[in-house]
Design a protein around this ligand. Structure first.
Ligand SMILES: [Fe+2]
Length: 146
């Protein structure tokens, strides 16, 4: 479904850029985590960055389907992204907080895109899937904080 909704394409590209930052945040957390929860978190971060890589691809291909051009350079991603790059984090709890912060930010983005996608069922379905997965992640990570 081609769209002449330039704002929708722009927002999807921003989501794509944010997801690339999120992916790299997860890589850093996976590499640098230390402490008692190492095995659990190291593995969980790997699961999450693999999931994020799939979402990156789905978002980019959705942009193509609606007639837009997905950004692919890190130069563009850094210009467009609003999600903050996480610095070096080895503390388990701080890492979990980054995942929660990033996930809550994404929930807002998905809902903004859902509003813009008015009548675009494919984009709406993608956002609904992402909302479901993100809400589940928030619940799980909040639970690890007790
Ligand atoms: Fe690894």
């Amino acid at each position: 479904m081609k769209t002449n909704n330039a704002k929708l394409v722009e927002k999807l590209n921003q989501l794509l850029a944010d997801y690339q930052i999120y992916y790299q945040n997860l890589r850093g957390l996976h590499w640098n985590v230390k402490g008692a929860q190492f095995f659990m978190l190291h593995e969980k971060y790997e699961e999450l960055y693999n999931e994020a890589a799939e979402s990156v691809d789905e978002i980019a291909e959705r942009i193509l389907m609606v007639g837009g051009q997905p950004l692919h350079t890190f130069t563009d991603y850094l210009k467009v992204a609003k999600l903050k790059e996480a610095g070096f984090i080895s503390d388990g709890k701080k890492g979990v907080e980054v995942v929660l912060e990033n996930s809550r930010y994404f929930l807002k983005s998905f809902n903004e895109i859902l509003e813009l996608a008015d009548g675009d069922e494919g984009t709406s379905a993608l956002m609904s899937d992402l909302i479901g997965a993100t809400e589940k992640r928030i619940w799980m990570f909040e639970s690890t904080l007790g």
